[in-house]
Design a protein around this ligand. Sequence first.
Ligand code: AMP
Ligand code: MG
Length: 326
Amino acid sequence: MDEHSPEVMTAIQATLMASELCQSVRRDLAGGESILKGDRSPVTVADFGSQAIICKLLKKKFPNDVVVAEENSSELRKPGHSKILGQVAHYVGGLIPDSSPEEVCSWIDYSSHTLQERFWTLDPIDGTKGFLRGDQYVIALALIEEGGVKLGIMACPNLYLNKDQPHGEKGCLFLAMRGKGSFQMDLQGGSRQSLSVSKTKVPSQALFTESVEPDHADHLFHQRLAQKLNIVKPSLRMDSQAKYGIVARGEATLYLRVPSPSEPGYKENIWDHAAGSIIAEEAGGRVTDTLGNPLDFSSGTRMERNHGILVTNGILHDAILKALKM
Ligand code: AMP
Ligand code: MG
């Protein structure tokens, strides 16, 4: 697979269109209304719109491929949510003309949760809480074959392009193909750069990144681990898989995700890690769970065999795993 492969070209086009939709929703509605799902997590007009567009484009090009995506249209079809459905159809219609509410629901429902030997996994908005706050969020799409991630793409509309200019131009697209490296571009496909992780060899000099939401990770445990490693820099808290991107481009040295005490047995979703993990690995990083096991993308939508996540520049991985055991 290379950048001219139909998979790569279609995935980039779909992700960029979804990113445009998300930015329009943010601009017009400041994120808009959200629906609380059964697990109390929010879903917005932009999550539904992004999934509709990406599923529609993938199915058109690859009719036999399965798409394992986070959302489905059951809430959206409820009579009480007709205003939100109308908004989803309106924003999708801005990019795919004449999209009816019924068509949009059917595109969202291309998603299936039955894994195949080859499938796509999609988080239409990873970091919905960040999206609603006006912080980081990403559109994350990955292609998995025989249990391994082969292609990962992340559009990050709110992430600064230049790591040395956090207040500079925003909007990054990360792309990684197995064996071909990781790249960053702007959202017009320009300013293409090959990425590599930080060369930091000394744990005390590491900058670590973690979730913003205290319910998504054990901040106190992370802080104690940082103290044990004599890390003095405060952690960089960021929503979404953008954390994998900032490790890949050498801005952060490690990304730690120990399950929060509010949900100690939490099992991660494959769509929350597939795209990010290949982007960090192809930039020279290492990704495992907090016990050192490889991430499991083949058992189901939940990563049942894993516990938390550890992403590093590779060099520090074993030292951090050891410190995690102490
Ligand atoms: P982040 O922005 O890195 O905190 O990750 C956002 C993702 O966290 C969402 O897409 C959710 O799927 C996921 N999530 C939801 N609840 C939890 C939890 N209790 N522990 C870990 N991750 C969670
Ligand atoms: Mg997510």
